[in-house]
Design a protein around this ligand. Structure first.
Ligand code: NCD
Ligand code: ZN
Ligand code: ZN
Ligand code: ZN
Length: 347
């Protein structure tokens, strides 16, 4: 069975700064192994992508080492507001961290939030890490400044209900949900210990059910929030929040299709069509993913391509395997192996 190349609008590639967790190379290997041919990379690197200079460095690095298409977000920062109009010409979108999460990047005063919205060019989305009441703040800013706001990793019933209302009023708001918020709950968190630490935290069964109930209507995309940290870091003191997800998202969603929880057509909308529409991503000709929808296997930490080397879904049996990925007419992944990128290595 053939699917279009998937697009993940929320990944952390950790370059520059945290290359022991992931690199652009290893992260894009994981992407291809998971059926993704386009990634949107987050700006909470070290240093963060809040200036044109750092932004361009990251893009150059991606053009030299990425194995699939990578677009970067610019980060909103109260100290670099003057850079936003120029960043707005080159970045795929603006990312604003309204709540505490991994890394120091944050915008937490109303004045700075308004300045970000004012200086960001209309037409490109503003993605927000907003939890609880901050979802309402983000929606209010979208309405007041007539900007498109994309709410990252929605995890709670109240949040998705509010987004449904805002959409009904015609406010320019879209949203994404992660596989870990669809397939794991706070019950799993107790079993997993510190590995389950993620922002937003894994939620209640009621929240999980509310997300599933809105999958066909209010939720625009599935995004992994692939947030690689090493197991040693996760199990050590001050465990960082976040979990890898690029290699497990499609098998999990295909399993849900086989169980009748959503249609294959909806899966393609959530993982390919809508992400491309929301961020205005260019088409990738002669690009597809071959999956075997009936192949059952058990997810394991062994053989993952992400440098972080573990998955919160290890031990879970899924139905649906990525067999082969063709990007612009070239086979880039087949039967577990990412092909050597001849074109990238030649010079
Ligand atoms: C992300 C990370 O590790 O960069 N962590 C997480 O828990 N989701 C940051 C983020 O997306 O909030
Ligand atoms: Zn976040
Ligand atoms: Zn994230
Ligand atoms: Zn190589």
């Amino acid at each position: 069975m053939k699917l279009p190349g998937l697009a993940d609008v929320h990944v952390h590639l950790r370059e520059p700064g945290d290359v022991h967790k992931e690199t652009i190379r290893s992260g894009t290997e994981a992407a291809l192994a998971g059926g993704f041919t386009t990634l949107l990379a987050m700006p909470n690197t070290h240093p963060p992508l809040v200036t044109l200079a750092e932004f361009r460095k990251a893009q150059r690095r991606a053009s030299e080492t990425a194995l699939c298409d990578v677009f970067h977000f610019a980060g909103g920062s109260a100290d670099h507001l003057a850079e936003l109009p120029a960043l707005g010409q080159e970045a795929v979108g603006l990312k604003i961290y309204m709540d505490q999460t991994y890394g120091p990047l944050r915008v937490d005063t109303l004045a700075a939030l308004m300045a970000c919205f004012k200086h960001w060019p209309p037409g490109k989305p503003i993605a927000v890490h907003a939890e609880g009441k901050n979802v309402a703040v983000a929606i209010g800013l979208a309405a007041a400044f007539n900007r498109h706001v994309h709410i990252c990793h929605v995890s709670r019933k109240d949040e998705i209900t509010l987004i449904a209302h805002a959409k009904q009023r015609g406010i320019q708001v879209t949203c994404e949900v992660t596989p870990h918020h669809l397939f794991l709950s706070e019950l799993d968190a107790r079993q997993f210990g510190p590995r389950a630490n993620v922002r937003p935290a894994l939620a209640s069964q009621t929240d999980v059910e509310a997300l599933w109930a809105h999958l066909d209507t209010v939720i625009d995309c599935i995004a992994t929030d692939h947030a690689p940290h090493t197991l040693a870091e996760k199990l050590g003191p001050d465990a960082p929040p976040g979990m890898p997800g690029l290699e497990t998202a499609l098998p999990l969603m295909l399993t849900a299709v086989s169980e009748g929880r959503l249609t294959l057509e909806r899966l393609v909308a959530l993982m390919a069509v809508n992400p491309r529409r929301i961020y205005g991503l260019p088409a990738q000709p002669d690009t597809w993913v071959e999956v075997d929808p009936d192949d059952r296997y058990t997810i394991s930490d062994e053989g993952l391509h992400t440098k972080s080397g573990w998955s919160p879904f290890s031990g879970r049996t899924v139905r649906g395997r990525v067999r082969r990925v063709v990007l612009r007419g070239r086979e880039v992944f087949a039967d577990g192996v990412v092909h050597p990128p001849y074109a990238f290595h030649s010079e």
